[in-house]
Design a binder for this molecule. Structure first.
Ligand SMILES: CC(C)(COP(=O)(O)OP(=O)(O)OC[C@H]1O[C@@H](n2cnc3c(N)ncnc32)[C@H](O)[C@@H]1OP(=O)(O)O)[C@@H](O)C(=O)NCCC(=O)NCCS
Length: 177
C-alpha cells in the first residue's frame, strides 16, 4: 500500500479531471468505461453516486475507479437471517453498494482493486454506518469478479435465487469487518 501510494492518488473525481482513456480490455467491460466518461460526473452533481478515481501521481490519467451509492440487501427472511437476530427477521438490510469498480488492464494485479475495496469499506464503516443505519457493504458482482470479491472478504448471499443470478450479490458485514 505504501509503495502504491507513491505512484497513485485516490480521490473523489473533480470537475476538471480527464475521465477518458481507461483501457479495460474485453468489450463486455465497455459500459464501465462509458459510465466513467459520460455519466459519473452527472450523477456526482446530482448526489446520486460518488465516484473515487485512481490517478497517476502528478498526472491526469485515470487508472481505475469505484462508484458508491446507498443500497440495500433484500432477502426472503425464511431463507436468510443476516443479523442472526432471534427476535426479528429482516427483509431489507441497509447497505452501501459498490455500483461500479474497474481498474485499467495495464495496471491490474498491482493491488489497486484491493485498495479501492478498502476505501469503500472505510467509508461505509467509519463515515456512513456511524451516521445512519447501515450494516453491510454490498455488490452485484460480474461472474468473472466473484472470486476477487471473495478474496477481499465478501460472502455470497446464500439464497437459491441469488446463486442462480448472472450477477450474484456478495456482502461484507460491517460489524465484523
Ligand atoms: C476485478 C478488478 C477490479 C480487480 O482489480 P485489480 O487491481 O487487478 O485487483 P488487485 O490487484 O487488487 O487484486 C487483489 C487480489 O485479487 C486477485 N484478483 C484480481 N482480479 C481477480 C479476478 N478477476 N478473479 C480472481 N482473483 C482476482 C489478485 O490476484 C489478488 O490476489 P492476492 O491478494 O492473492 O494477491 C479488475 O480485474 C477489473 O477491473 N476487472 C474488469 C472489470 C470488473 O470485472 N469489475 C468488477 C465489476 S463487479
Amino acid at each position: 500500500m505504501s509503495e502504491l501510494a507513491d505512484h497513485f492518488d485516490i480521490r473523489p473525481i473533480a470537475a476538471d479531471d480527464r475521465l477518458n482513456g481507461l483501457s479495460l480490455g474485453d468489450s463486455k467491460f465497455t459500459p464501465l468505461k462509458i459510465f466513467l466518461q459520460k455519466h459519473a460526473r452527472t450523477l456526482e452533481a446530482q448526489s446520486l453516486a460518488r465516484t473515487y478515481g485512481v490517478f497517476e501521481t502528478g498526472g491526469a490519467k485515470v487508472l481505475g475507479y469505484i462508484t458508491l451509492v446507498c443500497g440495500e440487501i433484500v432477502a426472503d427472511p425464511d431463507e436468510v437471517n443476516l443479523t442472526k437476530d432471534p427476535a426479528y427477521r429482516y427483509r431489507h438490510y441497509p447497505a452501501v453498494k459498490i455500483a461500479r469498480l474497474a481498474v485499467d488492464k495495464n495496471v491490474r494485479k498491482n493491488g489497486l482493486g484491493k485498495v479501492l475495496i478498502e476505501l469503500a469499506l472505510g467509508i461505509a464503516k467509519d463515515r456512513i454506518s456511524t451516521a445512519a443505519g447501515c450494516r453491510f457493504l454490498v455488490v452485484d458482482s460480474k461472474q468473472d469478479a466473484v472470486e476477487f470479491y471473495q478474496k477481499r472478504g465478501f460472502t455470497l448471499l446464500g439464497t437459491q435465487t441469488n446463486l442462480m443470478r448472472s450477477d450474484p450479490i456478495l456482502f461484507i458485514d460491517l460489524q465484523k469487518a
